[in-house]
Design a protein around this ligand. Sequence first.
Ligand code: PMP
Length: 363
Amino acid sequence: MTRKFNFCAGPAALPTAVLERARDEMLDYQGRGLSVMEMSHRSDEFVAIASKAEADLRALLDIPANYRVLFMQGGASTQFAGVPLNLLGAGGAANYLYTGIWGKKAIKEAEHLAVGSHVAASSESNGLIAVPRQNAIQLSGDAGYLHYTANETIGGLEFDYIPEVPADVPLVCDMSSSILSGPLDVSRFGVIYAGAQKNIGPAGLTLVIVREDLLDRARKDCPTMLNWKTAAEADSMFNTPPTYAWYLSGLVFEWLKDEVGGLAAMNAINDRKAQALYAAIDGNDFYSNPIVIENRSRMNVPFVLADDRLDAAFLAESEAAGLLNLAGHRSVGGMRASLYNAVPEAAVTALVDFMGDFARRHG
Ligand code: PMP
């Protein structure tokens, strides 16, 4: 068996140690004689798995006691609707920071739900290469929340600060592609949500971390399955949750805690990986990345070749060298290397070596 280096933006690489453990427990989970996939979500065994996953996540992110952790479905895209439906029951305007394609989708969904939306600041004028600074953020007078995308997965644009909001305006963050990449002050947020398939676990699970006092703000027409309070009151088991994705995410949390040594340790590794790749891009005219230094994403590194006629050769040769999924998002082209937690430093070293070699041969 050869596991290649996988730079996919999501569903993304999982730690090999996690997959090995899942393999070992696949047919007979800890002597119970059945797979986790075959367990009732209400069984003692599964409830223990679910609670351990939540406890480990709480420990990793140091989540305060007045926050609920919800294990939901539908992907981050479903929360684009979930956010206005859960927060604007008493009215108020949906406020957004626009920094890229995912933020735009969130804005569109709010508009689709006829709540209207106010763009409190935007990166459009700079071509989506820098996030708006704090002093550019202008909330509408009746802001019900401020939503932003911590890391734009396609553009490779990441906030280097947490926006300040007035105490009565909850800060809502789509953290799909950056959650767990380093320590986080959860208390700054009203709501954090993330699709699992990058730094958390396999696709099918969506994490929502919500401050308890925000659970009473849902619109009357909020569908039951989207209602955070319903999910909180049922311990995320109002209906059948994605049990196997929940279990595997728990293994990832355990790996982060016990193998990596927590999020400060993960943060240092992620810094080194990103620095090595950006240095390779900046150090060679053959490659470029347009994002301002302080907003360059550590998790998703897009880059283009000076001559895009070489794109196909770059992708074919990198794949042959065991470096998978380096094509940029289908909407923008070019290349993109995603460096999520489970992508080892050796993968970045191999990619940097390949890029140098490719440039020498084709330059
Ligand atoms: N937000 C961001 C920042 C993303 O990267 C993605 C997926 N790539 C989404 C939202 C959509 O997530 P999902 O596919 O889980 O709906």
